[in-house]
Design a protein around this ligand. Structure first.
Ligand code: UDP
Length: 463
C-alpha cells in the first residue's frame, strides 16, 4: 500500500563499448529511454570517457579498465577488449551490488543494457540476477555474417587467400568472399572468440538494434527466427532522439558556416570515421583526386596522436593553393549536421555503420571506401542492395578518385543514386514516424521496448 503512491524509479544502467562509433548510439539510446521516463546511468570504461557535462540528465560511473594505451585498430582490438572486459568486471559488480543494497525494499532492480562486446556486464548481471538486454551497434547483416562462419567452415568453403575473390558466399547474399571481414579462414583463431561473444545471448531477455526495418527487414526476420528473445530495431537513433553531441574530439563548427556559402548539393564530404587511418601515399592521392575533380569539398583529416604529425601538414605543398576556397579541411566535424546540410551532395566514406545510417537518413549518396570489418559488408549492401552508392576499390590513384567524385556529383549514374538515396530517406522518415517536422518518440518499437523493460523490471523487485 505504502509504495502504491510512490512513483517507482525505473533505473537503467547502460554499458557502452569505448569507441566513438559505439558510444554515440549508446548515448542516443539513453536519450530515447530517458524520454520514456527511465533514469539513465552510464557505466563506462575510463578509456575514451564520454563528455559527461554534455549529458546532465545522466549519471556517469567510471570503471577502472587497466588499459594504458589506445589499441592499434583493427589488429589489437581483441586483446584490448579482453583486457578491458577482465578489468571492468569486478568494479562493475561492486558498483551494482552497492546500488542494490541502497535500494529500498520493493524497489525495482536496475536493468542492464550492454553493448555486445562488453560481455563482462552480462556476466555480472547474471550473477546478480538482474534483467539485462544486449545492444548491437552494427547491422544485423554483420552479425549474420559472423554467425555464418562456422557453417561455411563445416561445409568446406575455403575462400582464396588473396581476399579479392568476387565469388558469392553461399547463403549470404549479396556478399562475395572479398566482402567478408576475415577472408582467410586459416587465421580465424581470435575471430572465433568474437563470434562466441556475438552469438551468446546468455541470460539476456532481448536485443536492441540501431537499424531500420526498411533497410534490413529480411535479415532481421532471418535472425529473429533463430533467436529465442525479442529483437527491437529502433534506428536510426540519432534521428529519433536529438541527443547532445557525444564526440570525443572537439567538433569544428566553422565548416557549417562555410557550407552555408555553398550551393545546393554541390559539396562532397570526405570522412573516414574515428578509427580508419590513411597513409601518406593515400593522403596525397586523395588530395589530388579531390582537387582535380573540380568539385567543392569538405574533408575531415583527423589527427593521429600515435603518428605525432598532423595529416594536414603532410598535404602536397601546392595543394591548398590549387584548391583555394573550393576546399575546407577540418580535424573533426559535427558530422550529423554536415550530412543534414543542403549543400552536401555526396559522402566519400569508410562506411562505418553510423556513417551509413547518418548518410541514408539525410538522403546523401555515397562513395564507399571501406577499410576493414563491417565496413566491407555495409559497402556491399549500399552498392548492391540499397543502390545509394558505389564502391571505390582501395589503393586507387588520384585519377580513379577524381572520376568517382565526378560520377557521383555530376553524372547520370550519380543522379540515379541520389534518387535512390532520396527514396531511402523518405522510407526512413516514415519508419521513425516524424510528425510535423519534429522527430517523435512514439515509434511503436520504442513503445514496446519501454513496456517490456518495465514489465521485466517489475518482476525483479528487491526483497
Ligand atoms: N563523426 C563525427 N565527426 C567526424 C567524423 C565522424 O562526429 O568528423 C562521427 C559520425 O557522425 C559517427 C561516428 O563518428 O557517428 C563514426 O562512427 P562510424 O560507425 O561511422 O565509424 P567508426 O568511427 O566506428 O569507424
Amino acid at each position: 500500500m505504502e509504495n502504491q503512491g510512490r512513483r517507482r524509479c525505473r533505473k537503467l544502467v547502460l554499458v557502452p563499448c569505448p569507441f566513438q562509433g559505439h558510444i554515440n548510439p549508446m548515448l542516443q539510446l539513453g536519450t530515447i529511454l530517458h524520454s520514456r521516463g527511465f533514469s539513465i546511468t552510464i557505466a563506462h570504461a575510463q578509456f575514451n570517457s564520454p563528455q559527461t557535462s554534455n549529458h546532465p540528465d545522466f549519471v556517469f560511473l567510471s570503471l577502472p579498465d587497466g588499459t594504458s594505451s589506445k589499441p592499434a585498430m583493427p589488429h589489437d582490438f581483441l586483446p584490448f577488449m579482453s583486457k578491458l572486459n577482465f578489468n571492468c568486471k569486478d568494479p562493475f559488480q561492486e558498483i551494482l551490488s552497492l546500488m542494490i543494497e541502497k535500494q529500498e525494499q520493493d524497489d525495482q532492480l536496475p536493468c542492464i543494457i550492454f553493448e555486445i562486446f562488453m560481455s563482462f556486464a552480462q556476466e555480472v548481471a547474471s550473477h546478480l540476477k538482474l534483467p539485462n538486454i544486449i545492444f548491437h551497434t552494427n547491422s544485423v547483416a554483420t552479425l549474420l555474417t559472423f554467425l555464418a562462419y562456422a557453417r561455411l567452415k563445416a561445409e568446406g568453403y575455403t575462400p582464396p587467400q588473396d581476399s579479392t575473390s568476387t565469388e558469392l558466399v553461399p547463403g549470404l547474399h549479396p556478399l562475395r568472399f572479398k566482402d567478408l571481414p576475415v577472408t582467410n579462414f586459416a587465421h580465424l583463431d581470435g575471430m572465433w572468440r568474437v563470434i562466441a561473444m556475438l552469438s551468446n545471448i546468455g541470460s539476456s531477455s532481448a536485443i536492441i538494434w540501431n537499424t531500420m526495418d526498411c533497410l534490413e527487414q529480411s535479415v532481421l526476420a532471418q535472425y529473429q527466427r533463430q533467436c529465442q528473445v525479442p529483437n527491437f530495431s529502433i534506428g536510426p537513433m540519432h534521428k529519433i532522439a536529438s541527443a547532445p553531441s557525444s564526440s570525443l574530439l572537439e567538433e569544428d563548427s566553422s565548416c557549417i558556416s562555410w557550407l552555408d556559402k555553398q550551393g545546393h548539393n554541390s559539396v562532397i564530404y570526405a570522412s573516414f570515421g574515428s578509427i580508419a587511418s590513411v597513409d601518406a601515399k593515400e593522403l596525397t592521392e586523395m588530395a589530388w583526386g579531390l582537387a582535380n575533380s573540380q568539385q567543392t569539398f569538405l574533408w575531415v583529416l583527423r589527427p593521429d596522436p600515435a603518428k605525432g604529425s598532423e595529416p594536414s601538414d603532410c598535404l602536397p605543398d601546392d595543394f591548398k593553393e590549387t584548391v583555394g576556397e573550393r576546399g575546407c579541411i577540418v580535424k573533426w566535424a559535427p558530422q550529423q549536421l554536415v550530412l543534414a546540410h543542403s549543400s552536401v551532395g555526396g559522402f566519400l566514406s569508410h562506411c562505418g555503420w553510423n556513417s551509413t545510417l547518418e548518410s541514408i537518413s539525410e538522403g546523401v549518396p555515397m562513395i564507399c571506401k571501406p577499410a576493414f570489418g563491417d565496413q566491407l559488408i555495409n559497402t556491399r549492401y549500399i552498392s548492391h542492395e540499397w543502390g545509394n552508392g558505389f564502391e571505390l576499390e582501395n589503393d586507387l590513384g588520384r585519377g580513379e578518385i577524381e572520376r568517382a567524385i565526378k560520377m557521383l556529383m555530376v553524372e547520370k549514374e550519380g543522379q540515379e543514386m541520389r534518387q535512390r538515396a532520396a527514396e531511402l530517406k523518405e522510407k526512413t522518415q516514415v519508419s521513425i514516424k516524424s510528425g510535423s517536422g519534429h522527430p517523435s518518440y512514439e515509434c511503436s518499437e520504442i513503445l514496446q521496448l519501454s513496456y517490456v523493460v518495465t514489465v521485466w523490471m517489475s518482476l525483479t523487485l528487491c526483497n
